[in-house]
Design a protein around this ligand. Sequence first.
Ligand code: 5GP
Ligand code: ZN
Length: 114
Amino acid sequence: MGDCVFCKIVEGGIPSEILYSDDRVIAFRDIEPQAPVHFLVVPRRHVESAFHLREGDGELLARMFDAAQKVCAELGVERSGVRILTNVGPDAGQVVMHFHLHVLGGRTMGWPPG
Ligand code: 5GP
Ligand code: ZN
C-alpha cells in the first residue's frame, strides 16, 4: 500500500528483525523498544487499524495472537507475562497506519498506562 512502512517490511523492502512469518502474519522487533522484549505482530494484508477489520477477520486475529504467543515462548516471556496492545488513532498515538499488535515484556508494567 503506497508508502506504508509495514507493507514495505512485509515485502522485504525495509530490513527488520523478523521473529515469525507465515502466509498471513509476520512479527518483528520494534525499532524503538519500550521494554526488554518489544515486538510487533502485523497482518501481511494492509489493514489501517483495528477499526478497519472486517467480518471474517476473526481467524486473522487468532493467527496474530497465536504468533505472539509463539514468539513469547521463544523469547522466554510466555510465563512471566506480556502486555499486548494496539493503538487506534491520534489520541492513542498510532503513527503507522497498518494494524499491529505491540507485544511488550521482560519487565513489570504500570497500570493505568500513561
Ligand atoms: P504505533 O505508534 O503506530 O502504535 O507504533 C508504531 C511502532 O512502529 C513504533 O513503536 C515504532 O517504533 C515502530 N516502527 C516504526 N517504523 C519502524 C521500522 O521501520 N521498523 C521497525 N522495526 N519498527 C518501526
Ligand atoms: Zn501497510
